[in-house]
Design a protein around this ligand. Structure first.
Ligand SMILES: C[S@@+](CC[C@H](N)C(=O)[O-])C[C@H]1O[C@@H](n2cnc3c(N)ncnc32)[C@H](O)[C@@H]1O
Length: 240
């Protein structure tokens, strides 16, 4: 398996600039990249994958193409049906309380969801609970101090989430999709690493900046700096 390169990061960033105009292109590429990334830790063929906050089905397509049995969870009917009919295997539920038995899946996965829940580490603990012994938990999120931490209100979130939300409303005449304090919360790199290292039921295999080339991984060891430059933190854990 090749290591993530700078050209892959550049391609992802270019695709990200088309997120609004061509979501199929961006989310399709992101999902394929994510599945390839996860494939460095676990062979997905034949595995049962539970994807928390799976959205409209781009990840369903990518996981199935890798040979996995995919089940996605999302509480938002608008997200589930953003591409038409919800994708096969999607269940309407919240990651805060997963409707699955303990230890029932091989892989519990979540991309860009933790920053949208008010109690992120409870959701992460639920993901660990759902995973079988020896299974893999992959959780990634955008830290609040990342340049994209405020989502569509960025970069004004650096002046405060409430202010950024009010400014967006004034400028656009409507609330942002991601509303600070309601559907967007401040989650740090430090809190993610702390949760993962203290997790009793699983061992942290790796924590790294998800979209960066392999050689950028040491930034996660730099308190303060890592909150801004990681852009997105990925945590990979193995269930005991
Ligand atoms: C930014 S989207 C990410 C979608 C996809 N995972 C990705 O990486 O492109 C955030 C998703 O999290 C979902 N979400 C929000 N709160 C959630 C919760 N409590 N449990 C599970 N999913 C949630 C939203 O409905 C939305 O589909």
């Amino acid at each position: 398996m090749t290591r993530p390169t700078l050209s892959r990061s550049v391609a992802l960033f270019r695709a990200f600039t088309k997120e609004q105009s061509d979501p199929d292109f961006f989310y399709g590429m992101l999902a394929r990249d994510s599945v390839e990334q996860l494939g460095r830790y676990v062979d997905l063929a034949g595995k049962v994958v539970l994807d928390i906050g799976g959205g409209p089905g781009y990840f369903a397509d990518a996981f199935r193409a890798a040979g996995a049995t995919y089940v996605g969870i999302d509480p938002d009917v608008g997200e589930l049906s953003a591409r038409g009919e919800p994708a096969e295997g999607m269940v309407m539920a919240s990651g805060a309380r997963l409707p699955v038995r303990s230890g029932s899946v091989d892989v519990c996965y979540s991309s860009n969801v933790l920053e949208h829940v008010s109690r992120p580490w409870e959701m992460a603990a639920e993901m660990v609970r759902a995973t079988r012994p020896g299974g893999t938990v992959f959780v990634s999120y955008t830290p609040w101090l990342s340049p994209w931490g405020g989502h569509e209100t960025s970069p004004w979130h650096y002046l405060g989430g409430a202010l950024a939300r009010r400014r967006y409303q004034r400028r656009h005449g409507k609330e942002p999709k991601n509303r600070y304090g309601e559907s967007l919360f401040s989650v740090s790199v430090a809190s993610g690493l702390r949760w993962a290292r203290r997790c009793r039921e699983a061992t942290l295999i790796e924590g790294f900046p998800r979209y960066h080339p392999w050689w950028a991984k040491p930034v996660t060891r730099l308190p303060g700096v890592r909150e801004i430059v990681s852009w997105n933190l990925a945590l990979v854990l193995r269930r005991h």
